[in-house]
Design a protein around this ligand. Structure first.
Ligand SMILES: *[C@@H]1O[C@H](CO)[C@@H](O)[C@H](O)[C@H]1NC(C)=O
Ligand SMILES: *[C@@H]1O[C@H](CO)[C@@H](O)[C@H](O)[C@H]1NC(C)=O
Ligand SMILES: *[C@@H]1O[C@H](CO)[C@@H](O)[C@H](O)[C@H]1NC(C)=O
Ligand SMILES: *[C@@H]1O[C@H](CO)[C@@H](O)[C@H](O)[C@H]1NC(C)=O
Length: 601
């Protein structure tokens, strides 16, 4: 996500052209000075260009602020009396730690170091911004965001600040599977696999968006009852309204020769691209959504087919398998995501292929083969249905004996740790899943399947990590739930706190008679957290885990994203536990984000 417009190409000429003061006020002599300075200015351009590149990275990390505007640089075209200053700027060699030389500037007693150097040396960030026609340079020590909690954390409400997450759009999501409506990851294995942590984050973000976003717009295209579509039925095909006793509702049955063009509904639908329907497909049958790019008129066909293969692509045809079993299914598809993921999949090398929502429209819906449909709708969003796709996945994919949601990808956290073999469990995955299931239990009006799965999901918390569970013990004393149950233990902080939130959610939502074990696990975890939290404080940032302790190597410092996550988590915990440790520590850690350091002796 980056919305800055300029390129370095615009910057250079516009700077010279807009130095109007020099031309109009002082005439030729000043212009001459400017010409002489051009070399230096060029050098400074380089610095500015590096800043531009830097800020692109910065933006990619999720912080977009003001648009770029670089028509002028006020340092140079402020007032002509500044020219005296500029004249006294001299080139200067800077020797860095007695090691190597860089080009600097001297003005009077002050020395100026290129920002590009400072950026690399201190890992600080900067960019040019423009406010009301005035440029300024903005320096940031870090790039991440802190979310101050608005009140006490509510397990029935928004999860953390996940209403801002859009899990399915991430590059490491291969597609949203047509088989069960949840994302498939390519983070550690390129062929794609189900990653419980990611599936839970998908569910929690949709649950949170349901609570924070405006009500969706919905257009029913076909309900076989009141809203009937104007379908075009070719010769040899048929479409009939049929009453289904088991649903006590009418549906549309269709039969076509698969070699014909199919039964077609013409549309001219813009803006709302989340499709939902109830569908029953026999073998070799499909429903196709035809999208058109309104600019270049190109067509894309999204086929949802009776197949167990999640995704395949051929030219502008994107096939999502929705399963070959002959039964009623409810599909919820974000057509834009399906198109985008399909195109990315096709064009792996240029995976930045993006078509904006506003350029697309739905032009046809086509039925082929034999089957039935009902409740065909296009909406602006269907967050709760997508949330339930995630919750259902956790009900269906739990190992009942161990209570775990296995992770099928190998994972080597770092050299020195043993590899986690496919089938490992993560305390973060378990905790996140429990957060989803607890909310599903609450939202569904106490559907026992969700409660049962959540309670069963506690089992790995009781099993030591060396026996396939997620429980580690620090110094033979403090219990810790491992995001990565490595040998030796890694004690990843953010994953541990997420697992505690899962326990807290279940403990608050489940009926009291079920909460004993959850409460014990949560209380023990909080005791460990309070005793061990300071081990992560590095004086100017935090560490991601305790590998420096368990492997005897350099600490693995948290990048700013994770440092901010630590803080957001502590701020949240401070609303449910009034130990001042959480708020005080969070405040000190916030200070690190603007360059504050612990005092030294
Ligand atoms: C949230 O879900 C409820 C059903 O629980 C639904 O009525 C409402 O329209 C949804 N709102 C949004 C923004 O998704
Ligand atoms: C309509 O389709 C449904 C599901 O495919 C099937 O159970 C039913 O028998 C069909 N009815 C007719 C009249 O073909
Ligand atoms: C589906 O199509 C395949 C290939 O065209 C064919 O071999 C198979 O018999 C078809 N299955 C059914 C149930 O029509
Ligand atoms: C279509 O939606 C209605 C209303 O929600 C529901 O009663 C009906 O069962 C749905 N149709 C199918 C085939 O599930």
């Amino acid at each position: 996500m980056s919305n800055q417009k300029n390129t370095s190409g615009i910057l250079y000429p516009s700077l010279v052209v807009t130095n109007k003061h020099y031309h109009s006020n002082k005439g030729p002599p000043v212009f001459f000075v400017m010409m002489r300075l051009n070399n230096k200015i060029l050098l400074l351009f380089l610095v500015v260009i590096v800043i531009l590149v830097t800020s692109t990275l910065w933006d990619r990390c999720g912080n977009i602020t003001k648009e770029w505007n670089n028509r002028n640089m006020h340092i140079y075209n402020d007032k002509s009396d500044r020219i005296g200053d500029i004249q006294s700027v001299e080139e200067l060699d800077c020797l860095i730690n007695g090691d190597y030389m860089i080009d600097c500037r001297k003005e009077g007693d002050e020395v100026y170091i290129p920002f590009s150097f400072l950026h690399k040396y201190f890992e600080i960030y900067g960019k040019l911004a423009n406010y009301d026609g005035k440029d300024r340079f903005e320096w940031s020590h870090s790039y991440s965001r802190i979310y101050q909690p608005k009140g006490k954390y509510d397990s029935r409400g928004v999860f953390m600040h996940f209403e801002n997450y859009n899990v399915e759009i991430r590059d490491r999501v291969k597609c949203v599977s047509g088989l069960d409506g949840v994302p498939m990851s390519t983070q550690w294995e390129s062929q794609g696999y189900y990653y419980p942590t990611q599936i839970a984050q998908f569910g929690l973000s949709h649950y949170s968006k349901n609570l924070t976003e405006p009500e969706p717009r919905r257009k029913v295209l076909e309900d076989a009852d009141k809203e009937m579509g104007k379908w075009t039925i070719p010769l040899g095909s048929s479409m009939t309204r049929t009453f289904i006793n088991s649903f006590n509702t009418e549906v549309l049955n269709f039969t076509t020769d698969i070699y014909t063009n199919g039964i077609k509904l013409r549309l001219d639908h813009v803006l709302d691209f989340v499709m939902t329907l109830n569908i029953f497909l026999h073998a070799n049958s499909s429903i196709t959504i035809v999208l058109q790019n309104r600019e270049n008129k190109e067509f894309y066909n999204l086929h949802y087919i009776s197949s167990d293969f999640p995704i395949s692509i051929q030219d502008n045809n994107i096939y999502h398998g929705i399963g070959s079993s002959e039964k009623w299914k409810r599909l919820t598809r974000d057509l834009i995501i399906d198109l985008q993921k399909g195109l990315n999949y096709l064009e792996k090398e240029k995976s930045k292929y993006k078509i904006s929502r506003s350029k697309l429209k739905v032009v046809n819906i086509i039925l082929r083969g034999r089957g039935s449909i009902d409740n065909l709708t296009l909406s602006s969003s269907e967050h709760i249905l997508q949330f339930y796709d995630s919750a259902e996945w956790f009900v269906k994919n739990q190992n009942e004996k161990t209570g775990g949601w296995p992770i099928p990808a190998r994972r080597k956290l770092a050299s020195g740790f043993q590899e986690l073999k496919p089938g490992w469990y993560s305390a973060m995955g378990q905790g996140h899943a429990i957060s989803v299931l607890a909310r599903a239990y609450h939202h569904s009006g106490s559907d026992q399947r969700y409660l049962k799965a959540a309670l069963t999901g506690l089992k790995p918390f009781q099993v030591p990590s060396w026996q396939g569970g997620v429980l580690a013990t620090f110094m033979n004393k403090y219990h810790w739930y491992e995001e990565y149950p490595t040998k030796p233990s890694s004690f990843v902080l953010n994953g541990f706190i997420y697992s505690l939130l899962g326990l807290y959610d279940l403990m608050t939502i489940a009926p009291q008679s079920y909460t004993e074990e959850t409460q014990l696990l949560f209380t023990e975890g909080m005791v460990s957290l309070k005793h061990m939290l300071m081990l992560f404080d590095m004086g100017s940032t935090t560490s991601y885990d305790l590998r420096h302790f368990t492997l005897g190597i350099a600490p693995n410092l948290a990048r700013w994203d994770y440092h901010a996550t630590h803080i957001n988590q502590l701020l949240l915990l401070s609303t449910i536990d009034n130990d001042p440790l959480f708020r005080q520590t969070a405040e000190r850690w916030i200070g690190y984000m603007s360059g504050k350091k612990s005092a030294h002796n």
